[in-house]
Ligand binder design. Structure first.
Ligand SMILES: O=P(O)(O)OC[C@H]1O[C@](O)(COP(=O)(O)O)[C@@H](O)[C@@H]1O
Ligand SMILES: [Mg+2]
Ligand SMILES: [Mg+2]
Length: 360
């Protein structure tokens, strides 16, 4: 009945044929997909599963954990640690890298993940997700935290699951970004969105405007111009969305375009941004670039940022290429001062050449 449909395994066999360690990478991605199906089943049960609500504990970053944060984390670890494919794992919910248990064999890859993204949304039944990134492990390295500090352009695979009305898995192995929908009756991910493309232009932006007082000038300029709409310098109306779940924002952008900003702000001097580089920004950045979009800090391509710590935060601006490039230009103009037109002292307020003085 479902013959002829491209399942995830069939797709991976085709895509990974000519990639080094392709069979191992495929097997790892199948393990990740199995974890995702389990998390999907838990999130879908909602209150009936007893999974909602907070735990009375915080993760290493001081964030109050939801029950589902911890359950999703355990699920990812359990499904992926024993396959002989990993040298180590790292997660948003664990301070340090997670070694592979001594009774399991080790493999050539590192897996980094955000087990539940947007978890503040679990109790209100809004889409959440899982984000993951696969890196190649340097031969002979120990598998500790330092091994994970590789720039995003070294990722060999990246993806996310979105637990929405339908559960979807969106992934890349560096050959485009592809979306699969979970067919719950047969338990398979089926290719439904091959070669997703982000349009270069958009009329939709996403930013948490409650942080406006902490933004830098180029972000104020961009948002003000969008809000000014047809009568402003952009001469067109824009719409705004904010779901507070990065996977859901990114999924919308992959399907119909848009730009997402969680920019640098001054809310907390120790944190240059909200989102984490290794398991939020980098995997999403690779997916966006592979779909023809752009991903930036505002001042640098995201995938070129050299990580310095496992839970490092980074400003994130991504989506439709022309908008991201515009925002980058606003940063350049701001940093060089060219967005503030030079006013000659001859024509300043106290000058003889001020218009009123010339008239009188
Ligand atoms: O509280 P805010 O500013 O709306 O933050 C929302 C952002 O935080 C996140 O929820 C962070 O992810 P976690 O839920 O994994 O901590 C992003 O998904 C989202 O973009
Ligand atoms: Mg997250
Ligand atoms: Mg999370």
């Amino acid at each position: 009945m479902h013959l002829g449909r491209t399942t995830l395994s069939k797709f991976l066999l085709q895509q990974l044929r000519d990639i080094a360690d392709g069979n191992d990478l495929g097997a790892l991605l199948v393990d990740v997909a199995a974890a995702i199906k389990t998390i999907s089943a838990m999130t879908a049960k909602g209150a009936l599963g007893g999974y909602l609500g907070d735990l009375e504990q915080r993760n290493g970053q001081g964030e109050l954990q939801k029950k589902l944060d911890v359950l999703a984390n355990d699920t990812m670890i359990r499904h992926c640690e024993w396959g002989g494919l990993l040298a180590a794992m790292a997660s948003e919910e664990n301070d340090e890298a997670l070694p592979i248990p001594p009774d399991c064999s080790r493999g050539p890859f590192l897996l980094v993940f955000d087990p539940l993204d947007g978890s503040s949304n679990t109790d209100v039944n809004v889409s959440v997700g899982t984000i993951f990134s696969v890196l190649r492990h340097r031969e002979g390295a120990s598998g500790d935290t330092a091994d994970f500090l590789l720039p995003g352009q070294e990722q060999v695979a990246a993806g996310y699951a979105i637990y929405g009305p339908a559960t979807m898995l969106v992934l890349t192995v560096g050959k485009g970004t592809h979306g699969f929908t979970l067919d719950r009756e047969i338990g398979n991910f089926i290719l439904t969105h091959p070669l997703m493309r982000i349009p270069a232009d958009t009329g939709e932006f996403a930013i948490n405007t409650s942080n406006a007082r902490f933004w830098e000038a180029p972000v104020h300029r961009y948002v003000a111009e969008c809000q000014a709409g047809r009568s402003g310098p952009r001469a067109r109306d824009f719409n705004m969305r904010w779901i507070a779940s990065m996977v859901a924002e990114v999924h919308r952008i992959l399907v119909r375009g848009g730009v997402f900003l969680y920019p640098r702000d001054s809310k907390d001097a120790a944190k240059p941004g909200r989102l984490r580089l290794l398991y939020e920004a980098n995997p999403i950045g690779l997916l966006v670039e592979q779909a023809g979009g752009a991903a930036s800090t505002g001042r640098q391509r995201l995938l070129e940022v050299q990580p310095t710590s496992l839970h490092q935060r980074v400003p994130v601006i991504l989506g439709s290429r022309n908008e991201v490039e515009r925002i980058e230009r606003y940063h350049v103009e701001h940093d060089s001062g060219t967005d503030r037109p030079f006013v000659s002292p001859l024509f300043n307020e106290r000058s003889l050449f001020r218009p009123e003085a010339l008239v009188s």
